[in-house]
Design a binder for this molecule. Sequence first.
Ligand SMILES: Nc1ncnc2c1ncn2[C@@H]1O[C@H](COP(=O)(O)OP(=O)(O)OP(=O)(O)O)[C@@H](O)[C@H]1O
Ligand SMILES: O=P(O)(O)OC[C@H]1O[C@](O)(CO)[C@@H](O)[C@@H]1O
Ligand SMILES: [Mg+2]
Length: 324
Amino acid sequence: MENKQKTIAVLTSGGDAPGMNAAIRAVVRTALHRGMRVLGVRRGYNGLINGDMVELNYLSVSDIMHRGGTILYTARCAEFREDAGVEKAKETCIKMGIDGVVVIGGDGSYRGARDLSLKGIPCVGLPGTIDNDISSTEYTIGYDTAMNTVCDMVDRLRDTSQSHDRCSVVEVMGRKAGYIALNTGIACGASVILMPEVPYDLEKDVLDKIRNAHKTGKQHFIVMVAEGVGGVEELAKKIEAATGIETRACVLGHVQRGGAPSLTDRVAATKMGYHAVELLEQGIGNRVVGLQCNEVVDYDILEGLEMVKTIDTNLVRIAEEVSL
Ligand SMILES: Nc1ncnc2c1ncn2[C@@H]1O[C@H](COP(=O)(O)OP(=O)(O)OP(=O)(O)O)[C@@H](O)[C@H]1O
Ligand SMILES: O=P(O)(O)OC[C@H]1O[C@](O)(CO)[C@@H](O)[C@@H]1O
Ligand SMILES: [Mg+2]
């Protein structure tokens, strides 16, 4: 008897990230190349629960590689956090003949993928988040683009800070992680970088540093603050009061999630998307795909979620020594 044609589904979930489209394209093209059908699920797990999906062909994913956002839309789906929601999604998968699902998203989306895998629908997670806060991979899709966007924005802030002899306190995204803040802080020449992983003393690590640099003739400052530290408005007031330097706070916000993906994001998304399909082709689910030393790897979802990722303490030290 002839083998039944495999059908896989692909969805994006959680916050969007530049490069998600490149990942969708890689999944679709790889699967079609191997003779599978592909369904694109709209708005994350919502689409899986409600059966909101469309068949994708080679042309459906043309001209999307260079676009930010996700053509499949994304969402945070409260219903999927409950067993009843996962059960409904499973029923939809069975009804639509879905043999496996590629879930592109963050750690929350991975938990959902695990729940559905445990119900017998093989799921493979791809790391799609600007935060780079997924332990099982050194790199997440969207991280590089978001950091380049931050650099571009902060370079602009520097122009106006420099012209006014001001201090700019900038909040960047990252949820509870400081990866974006640390790397962009270095790249933008920040005088101070605050991230949740590294405790700081306001007087010693922020105010004294700015006061001392001010005495040597430095007139404008960038203070980079991770979202997980927050409080940029209050911090700006404290810096102004303690140093006499006019200070402004700026929360960069969602601009960090948009824009054309960088080359790094496009290639990473393509490599990982390809691997996800290779796994599903073999009927292997409950896995998360990642990059370690730029090589594609995969792990059991729970094992991946339980891995620990730490901030690069050497990079923190370098940032401290070179900043002024
Ligand atoms: N513990 C869980 N069990 C089942 N499903 C979950 C769980 N946590 C999250 N999900 C599902 O995954 C969706 C996305 O999760 P979340 O909002 O945490 O974003 P994420 O995937 O971590 O991405 P990001 O943090 O980059 O925005 C949730 O809306 C929900 O549908
Ligand atoms: O778009 P929302 O729901 O406001 O979520 C914002 C969060 O999503 C991210 O942009 C991506 O996880 C975080 O950096 C941020 O904390
Ligand atoms: Mg998350």
